[in-house]
Write a protein that binds this ligand. Structure first.
Ligand SMILES: [Zn+2]
Length: 74
């Protein structure tokens, strides 16, 4: 099942950014996923497949395309 991603999701990746943060906000969806580091505001693009490999967990969920808030994961 493909990974569900929404704008404003906050994800934790397996490998931290050199700035010390390992949390990223989803800012762009598409063939490549745009992420912004919560530590230093740097933006990166990852392919969906690359992100799936690096994703450790969701920290919080954004809003679904239908505008329905998605319940926060435990
Ligand atoms: Zn950073």
């Amino acid at each position: 099942m493909p990974l569900e991603l929404f704008i404003d999701d906050v994800v934790q990746l397996r490998k931290g950014h050199p700035c010390g943060s390992d949390r990223w906000r989803v800012i762009r969806l598409g063939a490549d996923i745009g992420l912004r580091c919560l530590g230093c505001d740097r933006k990166i693009l990852l392919s969906r497949r690359e992100l799936e490999k690096r994703l450790k967990r969701f920290v919080s969920r954004g809003t679904s395309p239908e505008g329905i808030p998605v319940a926060q994961e435990a």
